[in-house]
Design a binder for this molecule. Structure first.
Ligand code: SAM
Ligand code: SF4
Length: 469
């Protein structure tokens, strides 16, 4: 008897589970990290489906386990190694029973660790970085011949050109809200962050590819798209009118696609929030009034040490301009406490900025060292207990703001996109324009409908609503 080691969280279209060369092809995909990783797993799933794989939802049923890793959390690599240790035991058991198990590690930990993964965990057959995963079927074919394959270069070819378009059936299976990567990589080099090293330089996908992917999504029933990029608002490209477009122009064009009723984008850098994008928030009902705009710290000294290239006052002024254009916009952010050299006074500046901006939600992190980043070599690291205490205070403040925002929403009439069944069979869950999950009676509509509701009460994990008269 083997035990479930991982749980599924990535759906992709089931192929027919064909046998090629006498081997069954069943893949279990486990995704960690951000929305970009979810998107990448879906695209790897598409490539594997074309290659004859069927997606299964337990490790036990799989002959290939694909782990799409994230490097942003603390000790990410160690967690991957301990998981690989468990898979090694399963593989040994399989071999003893006359079978086999292949293991592929993808994503940012794969990029950062490279061949070291195979050295420390020989159970792994393929290591593949975020920019090379279009080569996954080819790498697996080599691995099946007994070779250990490491693909972590930053290739000159566009990986998206090497990937199959997602079949309509798979799009439908993934739901009415979809991700669409428009930009990858980062040239900002914040001193705490590993992304420029694992995802590579900033690259924007061309307009025509983005539009055709969005049109495919719309024709398969998708009503909301979230444009993804590590620095999504740094996206730029040549538009149909031959002018250089920024994200604002792209969003304007996407809003004209029949069937796309809602557009979101994440994650933005304050320095790339230009007038055209702010005007898009002012003008386009399709662009949802929600913005994730990380600031990281409220102290100019720390922002400088982080190489964020903006001050706290510039950020606050930017927020004022965005709110002037779209007064009901809900703001979210990312914060790091305990960056090297952060004093009590610096932390108080962060608390002050949070009070001033008033967030609808935010992600908060204790600074943790990422090997290879400048922050890792700074000698004024903050004591762990101090970080813990600061994080708790910041989270209390943000949680209070989130609850207050939920209470403010009670009585508002909003459009809700129904996305999935609720925990109870008589409920459906939709998203408010401000990204809050809203629970309604299942009789009010079906998945994919946009219904007009009135928010009636805040709950622990979302809001409740009834049909608006
Ligand atoms: N590109 C986005 C930006 O510019 O803010 C976000 C990138 S990162 C994937 C998501 C968040 O993880 C960051 O905004 C930051 O708050 C957090 N993060 C990144 N590196 C970190 C580290 N070394 N320690 C703690 N938090 C970190
Ligand atoms: Fe990392 Fe974002 Fe800074 Fe780029 S802008 S280095 S992704 S935190």
């Amino acid at each position: 008897m083997t035990q479930a080691i991982l749980t599924p969280d990535t759906a992709s279209e089931a192929g027919d589970g064909t046998q090629i060369g006498g081997q069954s092809k069943k893949v279990f995909v486990k995704t960690y990290g951000c929305q970009m990783n979810v998107y990448d797993s879906e695209r790897m799933g598409d490539a594997l489906t074309r290659d004859g794989y069927q997606t299964v939802d337990t490790v036990e049923a799989a002959d290939l386990v694909l782990i799409n890793t994230c490097h942003i959390r603390e000790k990410a690599a160690e967690k991957v190694y301990s998981q690989l240790g468990r898979l090694a035991k399963l593989k040994k058991q399989r071999k003893a029973d006359g079978g086999d198990l292949m293991v592929a590690v993808a994503g940012c930990v794969a990029q950062a660790e490279g061949r070291e993964i195979i050295r420390r965990a020989p159970v792994v057959n393929v290591v593949i970085g975020p920019q090379t995963y279009h080569r996954l079927p080819e790498a697996l074919a080599k691995a099946r011949q007994g070779e250990s394959v490491v693909e972590t270069d930053f290739p000159t070819e566009d990986k998206f050109d090497g990937l199959p378009t997602t079949p309509e059936k798979a799009i439908r299976a993934r739901g009415v809200a979809a991700f669409l990567t428009v930009q990858e990589g980062c040239d900002k080099f914040c001193t705490f962050c590993v992304v420029p090293y694992t995802r590579g330089a900033e690259v924007s996908r061309p307009v025509d590819r983005i539009l055709s992917e969005a049109e495919r999504l719309a024709s398969a029933g998708v009503r909301e798209i979230t444009l993804l990029g590590q620095n999504v608002n740094a996206w730029h490209g040549k538009g149909a009118d031959d002018r250089e477009w920024g994200l604002g122009e792209l969003v304007r064009r996407l809003a004209t696609i029949d069937g796309i009723d809602r557009i979101r984008y994440t994650t933005s850098h304050p320095r790339d929030m230009d007038d055209a994008l702010i005007e898009a928030h002012r003008d386009l009902p399709e662009l949802m009034p929600y913005l994730h705009l990380p600031v990281q710290s409220g102290s100019d000294r720390i922002l400088k040490a982080m190489n964020r290239r903006h001050t706290a006052a510039e950020y606050v002024k930017l927020v004022e301009r965005i709110r002037a254009a779209r007064p009901d916009i809900a703001l979210s952010g990312d914060f790091i406490v305990g960056f090297p050299g952060e004093t009590d006074a610096d932390f108080e500046d962060t608390m002050q900025l949070v009070r001033e901006v008033n967030y609808a939600s935010a992600f908060t992190f204790k600074y943790s060292i990422r090997p290879g980043t400048p922050g890792a070599d700074m000698d004024n690291q903050v004591d762990e207990a101090v970080k813990t205490e600061r994080l708790a205070r910041l989270q209390d403040l943000i949680n209070e703001q989130t609850r207050a925002f939920g209470r403010e929403c009670v009585g508002r009439t909003v459009d809700l996109l129904l996305e999935k069944p609720g925990r109870n069979t008589d409920q459906l869950i939709g998203r408010s324009p401000w990204l809050q999950p809203v629970i309604v009676d299942a009789k009010l509509g079906k998945i994919g409908d946009i219904i007009r509701v009135r928010i009636t009460q805040p709950g622990t994990t979302g809001l409740f609503a009834e049909i608006a008269e």
